[in-house]
Design a protein around this ligand. Structure first.
Ligand code: MN
Length: 333
């Protein structure tokens, strides 16, 4: 999905200094509602990045949306837009979205399947819900690529994890490795992503990598994590340290995503759909997108071209980048 905010802020993501310990066992992050704009606006619940916390491992962006009752094609209609320096992971609970990208991929994004797009040096893609879609419900996550890998050539992967059971839980490991189940999709830092379901009254204790930071993105239910109550739509964060995580469903069935990863320990700059390292680099990505694709001057440039995108049955146009903010952010230390 695109960040379709009209005036996206430039977000500087700096690792916290070592003298700022996060001693709370579980940090609870609230969402903010972000209208995505466009002809039929979707509103998403953004839990990452935010002031208190910008990264969980290399996960740098979490938008949850729905369930939104919708009426078929074009309920979600995100025109071709660019990405750099990141991976996008799409995970649906309901609905069906057609994905097209400039690496030549066409894929259906469906519940239970992860679609992982590695933007690397640069890609563009479109996302349109299908005629069969009566409800859109899911999560869009971004992963920041480490400096050593962020200029790789773009590619796309699709994977359907086999559900596994542990304790009372059903888990679908779509990125990384957990409980002996591992996903074959490509990661550039050690990373975890899994759907976690518990029946009402159920509980599970999961052995995890103690060097990982973890987050629980609660979609439905009112669970506890490490004994701390977490509300639906909250993102509960556990810093590196624990070797196991305990989740109890309480009185309602739980559906959540468990994400995690080794701390990225790099400073990144996010603006609109770009992840870079400096303001100048982001300015250059924006100018290249506007020149190559919006002005149509180079269909074989950094961002290539997307074939087959139609908006409501008609050939559609790519999304122009918003204006850049006037304020130039500098790394803090
Ligand atoms: Mn996107």
């Amino acid at each position: 999905m695109s960040n379709l905010e009209k005036d996206p802020a430039e977000v500087l993501v700096a690792e916290p200094a070592v003298d700022e310990p996060r001693d709370a066992a579980v940090e609870l992050l609230e969402y903010r509602e972000v209208p995505l704009g466009g002809p039929r606006a979707l509103t998403v619940r953004r839990t990452l990045p935010q002031k208190q916390r910008s990264l969980i491992g290399a996960w740098c962006f979490v938008d949850s949306y729905g369930p939104d009752p919708v009426n078929g094609r074009g309920a979600m209609d995100v025109p071709p837009h660019p990405h750099t320096g990141l991976q996008t992971a799409s995970w649906l609970y309901a609905g069906e979205i057609e994905h097209r990208d400039s690496a030549g991929s066409f894929a259906l994004v469906e519940p239970g399947a992860v679609n992982l797009m590695t933007a690397g040096a640069g890609i563009q893609h479109s996302e349109v819900s299908t005629d069969a879609t009566t409800s859109l419900h899911g999560v869009q996550l971004w992963v920041a690529l480490p400096d050593r890998s962020r200029h790789v050539a773009p590619f796309f992967e699709h994977y359907v994890p086999e559900p596994i059971t542990h304790g009372d839980a059903t888990l679908r490991v779509f990125v990384g490795e957990l409980l002996g189940q591992s996903s074959p999709v490509t990661t550039f830092t050690r990373l975890l992503g899994a759907q976690l379901d518990l029946p009402a009254g159920g509980s599970v204790t999961i052995p995890v990598d103690p060097s990982f930071e973890h987050g629980l993105i609660v979609d439905a239910g009112a669970p506890t994590l490490q004994g701390v109550p977490v509300s639906a739509a909250q993102l509960a964060v556990v810093s590196a340290g624990p070797a196991q995580l305990t989740v109890e469903a309480g009185g309602l069935p739980l559906r959540a995503l468990l994400i995690g990863g080794e701390p990225l320990a790099e400073r990144i700059l996010m603006w609109w759909n770009f992840v870079g390292r400096t303001h100048e680099e982001v300015v250059a990505y924006r100018e290249q997108w506007m020149r190559e694709v919006i002005a149509g001057e180079d269909a074989d440039g950094r961002f290539g071209h997307v074939d087959g995108y139609e908006s409501h049955g008609h050939p559609g146009h790519a999304l122009p980048a918003p204006e850049l903010p006037n304020v130039r952010l500098r790394p803090r230390d």
